[in-house]
Ligand binder design. Sequence first.
Ligand SMILES: Nc1nc2c(c(=O)[nH]1)N[C@H]1C(S)=C(S)[C@@H](COP(=O)(O)O)O[C@H]1N2
Ligand SMILES: [Mo]
Length: 460
Amino acid sequence: MTSPVKDPIKHSLWIRWTHWINFPVLTLMVWSGILIYWANDVYKPFFPDKIYDIFHLDHKLALGMAIHFTLMWFLILNGITYVLYLLISGEWRILAPKPRDFRDALFVTLHDLKLVKNAPPQGKFNAAQKIAYSSIIAITFALVLTGLAIYKPIQLDWLTSLLGGYETARLIHFILMLSTVAFFIVHVLQVVRTGFGNFSSMIAGFEVTSKTWPRAWFSFLCAVVFVIFSFGVWSWANHEPVAANGIPQAFRSTLELNGKIWEAYLKPTRMAPTPPAIRKGKSPRVNGDIGLEDDLVVADWRLHIIPEVDLHDQAPAKELVLGMMDLEKLPRTESRATFKCIEGWSDDISYAGVRFSDFMDTFHLGRKPDGSYYQYVAMETPDQKYYVSIDMKSMLQSQVILAYEMNGAALSPQNGAPLRLIIPNKYGIKNLKRIGMIYFSDQRPRDYWAERGYDWFSGL
Ligand SMILES: Nc1nc2c(c(=O)[nH]1)N[C@H]1C(S)=C(S)[C@@H](COP(=O)(O)O)O[C@H]1N2
Ligand SMILES: [Mo]
């Protein structure tokens, strides 16, 4: 083998850690990913109820998402570091399989399974290892790409459609996750099979013999410190959840950071893809009835609007009160979109009502005296039991509508009659049904699901 690297496991201590970091990070990614898939009707049957009972995994969607979208940073940064290292050191040459390796790998496998006697000659890694190790790099890369396609299907719609759409990307992501688990199991079994000597060489980074033992000690010490440190970070991150957050502060901070990044990337001109025409009479899916418990006399319904709220200032703000008639005078806007619930289901809908930006312009709302927009829009049900707050940038998109019709019929009470918000660039949790009050503020108003551990931004 012509390779500039004499001993490929003689990595620097630092680069070997990119390998070890994969163990806790990938384990937590898989676990949190399963918590997310579990909330989805389609994937639920894959995971037996018993497992969820034993490990108390039920109703942990918010935690699952918080962990997943925090740990993804470790995975991405770790991956970039490792690939850069392979390229710069030239070690990719040892790892990259050559055409012949694919045939050899078959014989290596047959040999390992004791089906043939002689294994093909090999370098530092045998053909099967080369293929397995380079595939796992490719798989991790594909996991990140399909993950991003599910995470931001509107902002990254080029990626989502490239991967065959939302549902397909999700299926691929799932299958890749299963392959990673399979790789992990085989990898660990193979390491166990090759014995402790090899394992200690992996930690030390050189062949551990009676002579090199003293030097290896330092590496082992580092490994122990690393394990203790990982557990330390993990238990620190999981200390007492803050009541107003619903999840530990460490995760909340990362969700906030992610939200800022996506908000900066957001363009109000970027449209949510329009699904094909909706069959007349198709009833929209119904989910969630918080704040809809009381019977509502639609004739008595009013929309209360507070043009400016200083949440620190207790002084009563002036109010604008509108009836359905006032809203029906505004231009009627129709749109179609795929409605996405955070639990994983999607539903193509058509809807009609008043475009939110038209509504603000007509009633001179949303702007401060200097003409700039308030940072936040908040909505609450008449009984104030369900409430959301949304960044103004997302509200300015032209598909955002105060809707009074869905799928060609008047809004049903369960879908939020007489008026609800449809904002396709956010998860369902932000699409408040039965709006009783709207207000504008520069301090972030309260948000029902953010208080219960979910991502406040929740943009798609
Ligand atoms: N008032 C109110 N609005 C709500 C909810 C709720 O429980 N109460 N649930 C939200 C969630 S989680 C979803 S997925 C959508 C569901 O809208 P649908 O019932 O029209 O499908 O409404 C959102 N708006
Ligand atoms: Mo939802």
